[in-house]
Design a protein around this ligand. Structure first.
Ligand SMILES: C[S@@+](CC[C@H](N)C(=O)[O-])C[C@H]1O[C@@H](n2cnc3c(N)ncnc32)[C@H](O)[C@@H]1O
Length: 538
């Protein structure tokens, strides 16, 4: 019955051309931008003007009015927008209800009846979502709980989030390599699981929220995705004893004071002290990855007054926890590439997340929560909070280890299909270069990646540049300063000459000792391979 209703809903949304580009067409890009700032007035005005102009409700406009702007519609308008499903079907699916009463924060309204005279109000958001990945362009519809805009008040603690900024960040990082099994831990509305379903035979999606799993299952079905299995439970409990090729998690990483009266939002707060939830996901990943399998997570991590966050991350990676006095772990249990993108002070962090929960600055509640956050950070000696991407890998049998923790603030390069392929390429290139001793590296014929450009600065009137920099157009948009010899070596990497021959020619040209020049240049070459500037042969 429900399945038939979902099929009817899919048919209606398709027939109404309810898509991201259609909505932008209806209300314009400025209204789109305003909606991203949680302001609906420009979109509302555009839809009202459209209705006046054409003298009727356009189906996609009715759906957007209801499910994006969160405003009531008439029975007749909804019936016209959902001709297959019908209003009764929309009520049965829990999409709308009659009457104006707003649900209590966090409450989930049960589907009920709607009489033909009363307005229909949304019980869910249902937004079109579009993306481009390595497999091409795609377009879905995503149902989630009503946001602050529709509710007109702070979110409930059991709110199921739609596709937010962090969701997009993580989905844009996903390595698209074909795998058998993937796990999406903390699936929420199911967005990562749905992306993973494009490159995995089978996906397990878990959450502690029954409602999240229901919405995620609805979203998968609505978008015709049949290879996701949904399981209830905390952290790795639902997958005890199982291993995966790809683990994905946008975990509830927000650090929240465990203080009476501070709301604990299921969607962003794992209920543990400080960054312990992220630590638990990292430590747990080691036991749930197949050899060579990769885990990709987002996370927050704390800088303590007496400890750099990267030192703490290093300890998490050496899971399982070392026994006291047992000495360091002989070999890292997980390969890791961690990229810190941002660091916030306790004050800025508190402001960001209190506002995110819907509590507005200038209110007594905001100030009370602010104090609780600062008390918690102070009591635990937290001086800053880092945010970033974590890529963990169960080391492959060949023993090449990767332990790379770096700070990369600022804009990424241009990656229309996400950065996942770049990450995969860098991992593979790293494995190639670490497995090669200097002799083997010297025999490699490298090429310069197609997105790389070189910038040179000259003192006026001088023939030789004073500054040379390589820029990466895609990937992380890195810039690397070069000295004359390394610049010349990179310039000669056209896939014809091997590295050794280039070094030899340069040694003659620069009147330098070939062995010494190789010793000087090869570490730089390895770094450029790791970062995707120089590509090893296929
Ligand atoms: C930030 S949301 C991510 C949702 C979605 N994966 C995305 O990327 O947009 C975190 C999700 O983790 C779930 N969660 C919270 N605590 C959890 C736990 N201990 N184990 C598993 N999932 C948990 C929440 O219910 C929520 O759906």
């Amino acid at each position: 019955m429900t399945s038939a209703l979902v099929d009817q809903l899919r048919a209606d949304l398709g027939a109404a051309h309810y898509s991201v580009s259609a909505l932008t067409g209806l209300w314009g890009s400025e209204a789109d931008a305003a909606l991203r700032r949680n302001q609906r007035v420009p979109a509302l005005r555009a839809l009202t003007a459209l209705r006046t102009k054409i003298g009727r409700a356009e189906p996609s406009a009715t759906l957007a009015w209801l499910f994006v702007l969160g405003l009531p519609v008439t029975h007749a308008d909804l019936a016209a927008a959902l001709p297959s499903l019908s209003v009764a079907g929309a009520v049965a699916l829990g999409l709308v209800a009659g009457g104006n009463a707003a649900a209590a924060p966090g409450a989930t309204e049960k589907p009920g009846s709607a009489d033909a005279d009363s307005p229909l109000r949304p019980l869910l958001e249902l937004r079109p979502y579009s993306f481009v990945d390595e497999h091409g362009a795609g377009s879905w519809w995503i149902a989630s709980d009503l946001g602050e805009l529709a509710l007109g008040r702070p979110l409930g603690e059991t709110h199921v989030l739609g596709v937010g900024g962090a969701s997009l960040t993580l989905s844009g990082l996903l390595i698209p390599t074909r795998v058998q099994t993937a796990l999406d831990l903390g699936t929420g509305c199911g967005i990562q699981a749905m992306h993973a379903a494009r490159h995995s035979d089978h996906v397990v999606a878990t959450d502690i929220s029954v409602r999240a799993l229901e919405l995620a299952a609805l979203n998968a079905q609505l978008n015709g995705i049949g290879n996701i299995e949904f399981r209830l439970g905390s952290l790795f409990e639902p997958v005890a004893g199982e291993r995966f090729d790809h683990i994905i998690s946008n975990p509830p990483f927000v650090i929240t004071p465990r203080t009476e009266g501070v709301p604990s939002y299921e969607y962003r707060d794992g209920g543990l002290v400080g960054d312990a939830l992220v630590e638990a996901v990292v430590r747990g990943a080691a036991g749930h990855l197949r050899p060579g399998g990769v885990a990709q997570l987002l996370g927050n991590w704390e800088y303590r007054t007496d400890q750099d966050a990267f030192d703490r991350l290093d300890l998490w990676l050496d899971a399982p926890k070392a026994e006291p006095g047992a000495g360091p772990h002989p070999r890292p249990v997980l390969d890791a590439w961690i990229i810190e993108r941002e660091v916030q002070s306790p004050a800025l962090y508190a402001e960001t997340w209190i506002r995110d929960g819907g509590t507005r600055p200038g209110t007594a509640d905001f100030d009370r929560l602010y104090g609780a956050w600062l008390d918690d950070f102070e009591a635990r000696g937290v001086s800053r909070v880092g945010f970033g991407y974590m890529l963990l890998r169960s080391p492959a049998a060949d023993g090449t280890a990767l332990r790379r923790l770096e700070r990369l603030p600022g804009a990424l390069g241009h990656n229309p299909a996400g950065i996942g392929s770049h990450l995969a390429g860098c991992l593979a290139a790293h494995d190639r270069q670490t497995a090669a001793d200097d002799g083997l590296l010297s025999r490699m014929r490298l090429t310069v990646a197609s997105d790389v450009t070189e910038e040179r600065h000259y003192w006026p009137g001088q023939e030789d540049p004073t500054l040379m920099t390589l820029h990466q157009g895609g990937g992380f948009g890195r810039s690397v300063p070069l000295d004359t010899a390394l610049a010349a070596l990179v310039g000669a990497c056209d896939g014809d000459l091997d590295v050794g021959s280039i070094v030899s020619a340069l040694a003659q040209l620069l009147d330098a000792d070939e062995g010494e020049l190789a010793t000087e240049l090869l570490p730089g070459v390895r770094g450029l391979i790791d970062d995707g500037f120089l590509l090893p042969p296929a």
